[in-house]
Design a binder for this molecule. Structure first.
Ligand code: FES
Length: 102
């Protein structure tokens, strides 16, 4: 596994999400309270990209059926999602944000 640079810290404001590519994997990168987090971008319920959803209170709301996941843990928080979304390690070095390749 290796660390892949995916963004600059200034590219995301708080409570924003961005689609990034990590060694061919579709990943959603989030910024919450100044910290960065990453999950798989594909919802575990059906075919929808979480990066097109809405961030609120530390959760990402899927744009298709409004299922919610905890951004820090990937935990499925409400119907219709029942399967947690996979999370990925993130580190910041200066202005650079890295995600560990799955
Ligand atoms: Fe995400 Fe249905 S596709 S909640």
């Amino acid at each position: 596994m290796e660390w892949i640079k995916v963004a600059g810290a200034q590219e995301l404001g708080d409570d924003e999400v961005k689609a990034v590519n990590v060694a061919g994997h579709r990943i959603a990168l989030y910024r919450c309270d100044g910290e960065f987090f990453a999950t798989d971008n594909m919802c575990t319920h059906a075919e929808a990209l979480l990066s097109e959803g809405y961030v609120e209170d530390g959760c990402i709301e899927c744009p298709l059926h409004q299922g919610r996941f905890d951004i820090r843990t990937g935990k499925a928080m409400c119907a219709p999602v029942t399967v947690d979304v996979r999370t990925h390690a993130v580190k910041q070095e200066g202005d650079d944000i890295y995600v560990r390749s799955p």
